[in-house]
Design a protein around this ligand. Structure first.
Ligand code: BTN
Length: 251
């Protein structure tokens, strides 16, 4: 992996540029990194704040030979890789505070430190490419975090009390990403699923689930082989939910 790295000081969104490169035939492992994004985006069409030099803003082009319906596994695989990278920057006594909130949020003490945006281009049953976008807050101080997300977001510097060299962190993230991706390609998802669940936030507890037109409380039972969230519907029947269709909260 990391065959070719495109680094820009300022970019609209590494995600958008990675799409353009992939459409022009860029090979698997092509990476786009920026110091700053002017139009960073998150899931659910949310805006993603990406201040200059404060974090890791990057997108990775993948061309896995999997079915489109298994693409959510790529998000979960990436979350495991990111968890391992972040864990290596924490003190031993802090490691328990790290968790993955399904499907794609990395939390420290319940606050978001990183997010993943996976976007796919597919035709019928063939994936042309997948872009994995990784955003991680690194050197933000408490006052750098926007007021409206203050009690929901954190950074590595806030969590550890020190500043971090972004370049070294990117290297560590890429090493963990490559290891986890290779494991996924060669051995499939089941070992990674178990690792994911070992970091899983609120598994076994009750959560509040929101779809476009509904909201209810149900137990978080774990994740399915295809990466879906396992829970119960409003009538108490077991069900699988996919990340495009829901949001969930702690109760
Ligand atoms: C989320 O949690 O909603 C996902 C956030 C993903 C942000 C990253 S930063 C690099 C890449 N470029 C973007 O515009 N978004 C992703």
């Amino acid at each position: 992996l990391a065959k070719s790295i495109l680094h820009k000081e300022t970019i609209t969104s590494t995600q958008t540029v990675a799409h353009e490169l992939a459409q022009d035939g860029a090979e698997e492992g092509t990476i786009v990194i920026a110091d700053e994004q002017t139009k960073g985006r998150g899931r659910m069409r949310r805006e993603w704040h990406s201040t200059k030099g404060k974090g890791i803003w990057m997108s990775i082009i993948l061309r896995p030979k999997i079915l489109p319906q298994d693409a959510p596994q790529i998000t979960l695989m990436t979350a495991v890789a990111l968890a391992k990278a972040i864990e290596s920057f924490l003190q031993p006594e802090q490691k328990d505070s790290l968790a993955i909130k399904w499907p794609n949020d990395l939390l420290i003490s319940g606050k978001k430190i990183a997010g993943i945006l996976t976007e796919m281009q597919a035709e019928q049953d063939l994936i042309q490419y997948i872009i994995v976008g990784i955003g991680m807050n690194v050197n933000h101080r408490a006052e750098d975090i926007q007021e409206e997300i203050k009690n929901k977001a954190t950074s590595l510097a806030i969590a550890t009390g020190e500043n971090w060299p972004i370049k070294n962190l990117i290297q560590k993230v890429l090493v963990e990403f490559e290891k986890t991706y290779e494991e996924y390609v060669h051995n499939g998802f089941s070992d990674i699923k178990a690792e994911w669940e070992s970091y899983g936030f609120k598994i076994g507890e009750n959560i509040k689930i929101r779809t476009f037109h509904d909201c209810w409380e149900a137990p978080f039972l774990g994740i399915a082989e295809d990466g879906a969230l396992l829970t119960k519907d409003k009538d108490g029947n077991k069900t699988k939910l996919y990340s495009g269709e829901i949001d969930w909260f702690t109760v």
